[in-house]
Ligand binder design. Structure first.
Ligand SMILES: *[C@@H]1O[C@H](CO)[C@@H](O)[C@H](O)[C@H]1NC(C)=O
Ligand SMILES: *[C@@H]1O[C@H](CO)[C@@H](O)[C@H](O)[C@H]1NC(C)=O
Ligand SMILES: *[C@@H]1O[C@H](CO)[C@@H](O)[C@H](O)[C@H]1NC(C)=O
Ligand SMILES: *[C@@H]1O[C@H](CO)[C@@H](O)[C@H](O)[C@H]1NC(C)=O
Ligand SMILES: *[C@@H]1O[C@H](CO)[C@@H](O)[C@H](O)[C@H]1NC(C)=O
Ligand SMILES: *[C@@H]1O[C@H](CO)[C@@H](O)[C@H](O)[C@H]1NC(C)=O
Ligand SMILES: *[C@@H]1O[C@H](CO)[C@@H](O)[C@H](O)[C@H]1NC(C)=O
Length: 619
């Protein structure tokens, strides 16, 4: 009888700690049949005391994200193996629990693995604000995702995980809660990233921001990973793992895990709370609701993908993403929902969108580009689906009503018109908002009709810098000289490491020049440099600094200031003269391309950065 009671109480303790790992609740603890059957996992292994602690490692550092005023998400992975769990979900909704466990692994470390965590205001953990226990198993690839609570707003915290009953500890992470809704916060700094392609180059941009340490939070607009394979492991320094294109759950886990071995990315996750959304490549190129350019909804594609359908692939990608990213699932019954919002004091509302996977109508898939350009103005086309779009427009209004000074829209693709004839045949890139004019018109109509001020769109995806006044051409008057008539601003940033445009430096600037000539609301264009945007949001103004990495062919800490822009609160346009009338490179609508630190040898076309050494940032 006594024994019976012990077993029962152990089971309930274990159950509670399983619940604290949010990855077991995905998609919903109310619907175990749709996700992981936690009672079954609990039953399978109460023997966590017997696991061999020496064989367990924190394999991929720590991470934090989705800051709220009193809580933040903390992440780590504690595993008896570096490799990812290789179970494959083969039938939708049928998650095999046992099939993947090898005899050897069971001997080395029986499920589950137990960790304690603590969160404190100091690095030595003398002032602990929250602590707890969580379990993980192979079912969720040994990931741990917990919500630290009882925290104070806009406060820096340190956190650490440790294996229960062992001295083995994770690295110490740093994070920061968001300001309370009504706090009179005066400044919030963000670094905005997109398009980090591991085999294409080094993640110097991530590292530079972490070392400079001038922002509060990281925004990532997607293409955090890429699905295609490149290079040979053991031969090429940045070869992908898996080697080829990814399809299965194991594949997506392994690919994200590879990216997370990058020291600059790890450093960024360790130092900052991240607020990411996905773009297309987290699943596959030019993805939309029902497919991508990398896969058709056909038997042929199914066979080529080794028996993975379009829907299955998307489910695999999304599941691995939620396992590995330090973010909240804000609607437990809607496991494709990543769109969410953050109220940061009276200063800013940050609205993160999913213009890709949630409910997007068909996009350009290479073979259908002509068809898409024919239907781009179809009123029935949608980028977000009505559920998300109504929420988005509602958020903009609510934000104005509550008196938040700024609205930042974290969106994947470029909102403004891009007459692209300078480098794209036909001139139309219908994979951007240009291919969904009805959605764009509804957004603009909402902004103008409700006179919603101080909206700043952010975009990634394009691997180039585009800075525009937010305008409704042919409907609302707009003066490109003064900016009057505009309703906001768009800052679209270059990639961390994906390639931009231009065959050489001179050619890139020629293309940029053509682009600003063809698009009068486009005030600055630049396509040569990899980098990021640093956004300092204040009550009186927002300053956007565009930084460029001279090269991503090596791991290095150099960067150059490309251009700075100011938006004055209440003006709803870029401050004149735009960029202070001078930029370092690219093409400025009315102003000077100064090239203080960048010089071009006109004979060879080679470009050089003057004072390269002075711009060294200590590792
Ligand atoms: C974990 O770390 C220990 C000590 O650093 C090492 O001996 C062991 O091989 C590692 N285990 C795995 C699975 O990586
Ligand atoms: C899952 O898929 C991967 C890649 O196709 C394969 O290597 C692995 O053996 C599969 N695992 C199981 C348990 O079937
Ligand atoms: C999808 O179908 C189109 C049209 O038949 C074809 O051109 C394209 O290659 C297919 N894509 C894939 C990834 O199989
Ligand atoms: C969107 O508005 C523009 C005018 O700015 C108009 O030319 C276009 O037809 C509209 N598109 C749709 C789908 O309403
Ligand atoms: C040019 O380089 C100098 C020193 O290296 C630096 O102080 C200055 O800010 C740089 N200017 C730009 C526009 O990057
Ligand atoms: C941007 O502003 C910084 C100061 O914050 C300055 O050092 C840099 O030179 C400016 N860059 C350009 C291109 O004007
Ligand atoms: C740069 O690229 C352009 C366009 O391909 C080409 O015409 C030009 O010769 C190149 N310049 C040099 C110096 O290679």
């Amino acid at each position: 009888m006594a024994r019976f009671w012990i077993t029962l109480s152990l089971a309930s303790v274990a159950r509670a700690s399983f619940d604290s790992n949010l990855n077991y609740n995905s998609p919903s603890r109310r619907h175990p049949s749709l996700g992981i059957d936690v009672p079954r996992v609990v039953k399978r292994g109460l023997d966590y005391d017997s696991c061999d602690h020496d064989q367990l490692n924190f394999t991929h550092g720590v991470a934090s994200g989705d800051p709220y005023p009193n809580s933040v998400i903390l992440w780590t992975r504690i595993s008896p193996q570096k490799a990812n769990d290789n179970s494959n979900v083969t039938v939708e909704g049928n998650v095999p629990l046992y099939s993947h466990e090898t005899e050897q692994y069971i001997k080395a470390s029986p499920n589950p693995i137990c960790v304690d965590y603590q969160v404190a205001t100091d690095k030595d953990f003398r002032h602990v604000a929250d602590k707890g226990t969580a379990y993980t198993t192979s079912d969720i690839d040994y990931t741990i995702k917990i919500e630290a609570s009882h925290l104070e707003p806009f406060t820096t915290y340190y956190y650490q995980f440790s294996v229960c009953g062992s001295i083995k500890k994770s690295p110490v992470g740093r994070t920061k809660t968001s300001p309370d809704r009504d706090d009179d916060v005066t400044n919030i700094g963000f670094a905005v990233f997109s398009c980090s392609n591991y085999p294409n180059g080094y993640f110097n941009a991530y590292g530079n921001v972490a070392r400079k340490d001038k922002v509060d939070y990281i925004i990532h607009l997607g293409d955090y990973i890429y699905e295609s394979g490149k290079g040979t492991m053991g031969k090429d320094a940045r070869a992908t793992n898996p080697a080829g294109e990814i399809f299965t759950l194991y594949d997506y886990r392994t690919r994200i895990a590879l990216y997370r071995t990058d020291p600059d990315l790890q450093l960024s996750h360790q130092k900052f709370a991240w607020i990411p959304v996905w773009d297309d490549h987290e699943v596959a190129n030019n993805a939309y609701r029902d497919g991508s350019s990398r896969m058709n909804n056909t038997e042929d594609s199914f066979i080529k993908a080794g028996g993975v359908s379009v829907e299955q692939r998307k489910m695999n990608a999304v599941r691995a993403y939620f396992e590995w990213m330090p973010i909240r699932q804000v609607s437990m019954d809607d496991n494709l929902r990543i769109w969410r919002a953050f109220s940061m004091g009276k200063l800013v509302d940050l609205i993160m969108l999913d213009t890709r996977h949630y409910d997007r109508s068909i996009t350009t898939l290479d073979f259908n580009n002509e068809y898409i350009s024919d239907i781009k103005d179809d009123a029935g086309r949608t980028l977000m689906g009505s559920h998300q779009e109504n929420w988005f427009l509602g958020q903009l209004s609510k934000s104005k009503d509550r008196g938040a000074v700024w609205r930042l829209v974290g969106n994947q693709i470029i909102f403004s018109r891009m007459d692209n004839s300078a480098w794209l045949k036909g001139g139309l890139n219908a994979d951007q908002w240009d291919g969904y004019t009805a959605s764009r018109n509804r957004t603009l109509s909402h902004l103008y009709t409700n006179q919603i001020p101080n909206t700043i769109f952010l975009a990634g995806d394009s691997h180039a810098n585009w800075v525009s006044d937010l305008v409704w051409l042919d409907t609302k008057p707009y003066d490109p000289v003064t900016g009057s008539g505009a309703i906001g601003v768009e800052f679209a940033g270059t990639a961390v490491s994906s390639s931009g445009y231009g065959r050489n430096y001179t050619h890139a600037n020629t293309v940029s020049r053509r682009l600003v000539e063809d698009n009068r609301e486009l005030q600055w264009a630049e396509g040569w440099f990899r980098g990021y945007v640093e956004l300092q949001v204040g009550r009186e103004e927002v300053v956007a600094k565009f930084l460029g990495c001279p090269t991503v062919a090596t791991r290095n800490p150099y960067e150059i200031s490309l251009a700075n822009f100011t938006v004055v609160a209440g003006e709803n346009r870029l401050k004149r003269s735009v960029a202070g009338g001078k930029v370092e490179t690219g093409a400025l609508q009315r102003g000077e391309v100064r090239g203080t630190n960048l010089t071009v040898d006109t004979e060879t076309g080679q470009w050089k950065v003057r004072g390269f050494e002075q711009m060294y940032i200590q590792y």
